[in-house]
Design a protein around this ligand. Structure first.
Ligand SMILES: Cc1ncc(COP(=O)(O)O)c(C=O)c1O
Length: 352
């Protein structure tokens, strides 16, 4: 195990933090965890003040895109306990992304050690108002100062945190995308790499200019099968049955997606993982068998979609009501996250 040095920030900004008024992604805690990859090994693991990096203008991540990240959350409950939700799954997925992008894997035990120490040190920043959490951003980028396309020899791994309120606070309107593509077979869709998100910005902006909140991506070959939204996985409830696109190398294998499937099964509900065509979705909306559409992700948790657009037409979907399957699963998930429901799959990791 790599030892972690700790240098505390002597000018904490915690007194400026108002947990009842949190702007998503704009406030950072006092510390960050950093580790360097040099000479083929991870070294200099440290917790230090949250501060700017000094970068050479030729830093290869900025040119050739070896940059990957994760997103996870820490939650505080009424008893003041702080816990993480499935953090080892984020560590593993980071390494799946690293493998695809020719980056070194980051040791899972150092990830967990650095992460838990960081959250302990910055524990006052974990909000304890409803629907809020500490968002945690682990990431890695190539740091060679080198112009030429090759895997970098040097990397920085970092984790920083920001307190957050709800990501979206209403049901979403999504546009089923038929022109642009997010990921193609053999590509990087399953990796959480920076470039995937950059490539989505333009089609997302077009969808937003048309009055949608997000894109619902389809496969890149035929634009016929549903994949995921820009930041979440997707589920349909068809005649009481939960259906979600099957895993493939074109979609991010969401940890929330996996949790939803497990919770649904624990609740005795059937879940089908299979191809879902746009035609099937439109047909179900028209013949009344589309009960719900919902999305799943760390940032948004579980949220309904109340409208989808396809070929210029808009289709309404029912998005509220106490008997919604999505609402029951969401409640179940939130209770496990904060520790008010038995954690039978050992998803929670307590920090303090
Ligand atoms: C493209 C994409 N799909 C799905 C997800 C949901 O993944 P998770 O549930 O692990 O947050 C995310 C969020 O990381 C994402 O960016």
């Amino acid at each position: 195990m790599i030892p972690i040095s700790i240098t505390k920030n002597t000018a904490s900004r915690i007194s400026t933090f108002d947990q009842n008024n949190i702007a998503f992604g704009k406030i950072y805690t006092d510390h960050m965890f950093v580790c360097d990859f040099e000479d083929g090994v991870w070294k200099n693991a440290r917790i230090q003040s949250f501060e700017a990096f000094q970068l050479n203008p030729a830093t290869s991540a900025l040119h050739y895109g070896q940059a990957i990240f994760e997103g996870m959350k820490a939650f505080s409950n009424e008893k003041g306990e702080i816990s993480l939700f499935r953090p080892r799954d984020n560590a593993r997925r980071l390494n799946v992304s690293a493998e695809r992008m020719m980056m070194p894997s980051f040791p899972e035990d150092v990830f967990m050690d650095g992460l838990t120490k960081l959250i302990e040190i910055d524990s006052k920043w974990v909000p304890n108002v409803p629907n809020s959490a500490l968002y945690i951003r682990p990431y890695m980028f190539a740091t060679d100062a080198y112009i030429g396309v090759k895997p970098s020899d040097n990397y920085t791994f970092c984790i920083f945190c920001c307190p957050v309120g709800p990501y979206y606070n209403k049901a979403l309107k999504v546009k089923i995308e038929e022109d642009y593509s997010r990921a193609v077979r053999g590509g990087t869709g399953y990796a959480k790499c920076a470039g995937n998100y950059a490539a989505a910005l333009k089609p997302t902006a077009i969808a937003q200019s048309e009055g949608f909140d997000q894109i619902l991506w389809t496969d890149a070959i035929e634009h016929r099968y549903l994949e995921e939204t820009g930041t979440t996985n997707i589920f349909l409830v068809l005649n009481g049955k939960i259906v979600t696109p099957e895993k493939s190398d074109t979609l991010l294998q969401g940890i929330t997606r996996d949790s939803v499937i497990q919770i649904a099964k624990d609740m005795g509900l059937d879940v089908e993982e299979r191809k879902i065509s746009v035609d099937e979705l439109v047909e179900a909306q028209k013949n009344g068998t589309l009960d719900e559409i919902f999305i799943s992700g760390t940032a948004a948790a579980i949220l309904n979609i109340d409208e989808f657009g396809f070929k210029g037409e808009r289709f309404a979907v029912s998005a509220d009501g106490p008997n919604k399957i999505s609402e029951k699963i969401k409640q179940h998930l939130l209770e496990i996250r904060i520790g008010s429901r038995a954690d039978i799959h050992e998803w929670r990791v307590n920090v303090t």
